[in-house]
Design a protein around this ligand. Structure first.
Ligand SMILES: *Cc1c(COP(=O)(O)O)cnc(C)c1O
Length: 375
């Protein structure tokens, strides 16, 4: 076994982050808020093409506030992509609403527009839809947007994994009425932990800043008319984020190289496919994933075990939310005979996608994987 651990996706720091942290210390702006927070918000909003953003303690906090701002109330139905990380859907339960899960389509692994149409037939009262750009691959955002508009529903776009991805030339996170980003440790860039709520609607972002600072009314004394949260990002954390933003495009380009290297390396193995994306999309390729045709004798677990033995990290595909014990009573809407998300979960895995991997690391991973297939 090699001593060197190869990671799925670990933080990549550049040193520039320290400049902003030092600034924060030198000016004693270590408390929540401060110049780094304001600038980080402006930089992210400008990067995705304008609009407004509020820096928060986590992507999960951003989803929670998005649901409150969208007006979701106790017992409301919220449609959500089933194939995702639990952080997408947990906030639906925080506000007392009921998640109804939507299956994925095969082309991008994201929310299936046909299933979404079916869901509106069954639950015409639904007013909020949560779509995800899984592993950095844009969903069928135009179609999803049009269906939401047809039903007067608010679209919340979980772009936690897809900062830097584009759909039809436009950045993901900007297709929803509200979009969210995450800067958690393993994402495309990291602030060590944190998130952002994004919108073109300045009022919505102002409201999120208000709710995230304990819903304190603008009075000299402490006046509260609503329940608030302590969800703001600290000025130190925002400094790390600012340093990372300078390297976002470079990270995307390195992630793309990883994906293309894998795709080329496995193209001769029949029944092996990399995670698909649409021709209209430029994903950020956050994680490179592979699926194995059910007819193959090699299963995802065989590859995971072979790499684990060599100190190389892999991960299963997110287990769909409708298969989670905690959500066993929730409905799932699917448009296909066979559930697409179940099939992706059963046949897929995430390959090491760390941008610090060297060419030798990639060669080693590839020959180990090929070895499992007897190549
Ligand atoms: C990481 C992630 C989140 C949550 O972001 P945090 O910053 O970790 O709270 C939400 N949705 C998806 C799809 C994610 O991958």
């Amino acid at each position: 076994m090699s001593d060197k651990r190869i990671y799925l996706s670990s933080p990549t720091m550049h040193g520039e982050e320290l400049k902003y942290i030092h600034e924060a210390f030198d000016t004693n702006w270590v408390a929540p808020l401060g110049p780094n927070v304001n600038e980080f918000e402006k930089e992210v909003a400008a990067y995705v093409g304008g609009g407004y953003a509020s820096a928060l303690s986590a992507g999960t906090a951003a989803i929670h506030l998005a649901l409150i701002i969208a007006g979701v109330k106790r017992d409301d139905v919220v449609f959500a992509q089933s194939l995702t990380f639990s952080a997408t859907v947990n906030p639906i339960v925080y506000v007392g609403a009921k998640p109804v899960f939507i299956d994925s389509e095969k082309d991008t692994w994201n929310l299936d527009p046909d299933a979404l149409r079916k869901a509106f037939e069954k639950y015409p009262q639904c007013r909020v839809v949560l779509a995800v750009n899984l592993y950095g691959t844009p969903a069928k955002l135009d179609e999803i947007r049009a269906i939401c508009d047809e039903h007067n529903a608010i679209l919340i776009e979980d772009a936690a994994e897809s900062l830097g991805s584009k759909y039809k030339g436009r950045h993901t996170g900007t297709f929803g009425d509200l979009g969210i980003f995450s800067f958690n440790g393993n994402k495309i860039i990291t602030s060590s932990g944190g998130g952002m709520l994004y919108s073109k609607d300045e009022e919505a972002i102002k409201r999120s800043r208000f709710l995230a600072t304990q819903a304190r009314e603008p009075e000299r004394h402490y006046e509260h008319k609503e329940i608030g949260y302590n969800y703001r990002m600290s000025n130190v954390v925002a400094g790390i984020g600012r340093g990372q933003m300078k390297h976002l495009d470079e990270h995307v380009s390195l992630k793309k190289d990883i994906y293309m290297t894998y795709r080329k390396a496995f193209e001769d193995i029949e029944g092996v496919t990399m995670n698909p994306y649409g021709a209209e999309s430029e994903p950020n390729f956050w994680l490179s994933c592979m699926t194995l045709d059910k007819s193959l004798s090699v299963k995802p677990i065989d590859i995971m075990l072979a790499l684990e033995k060599e100190n190389i990290e892999t991960r299963p595909i997110w287990k769909p939310m409708h298969l989670q014990p905690v959500f066993k009573d929730c409905d799932l809407i699917t448009a296909e005979m066979e559930r697409v998300s179940d099939k992706i979960f059963d046949t897929g895995l995430c390959l090491p996608s760390d941008i610090k991997n060297t060419a030798e690391d990639m060669d080693r991973i590839i020959s180990l994987v090929r070895g499992v297939f007897g190549r």
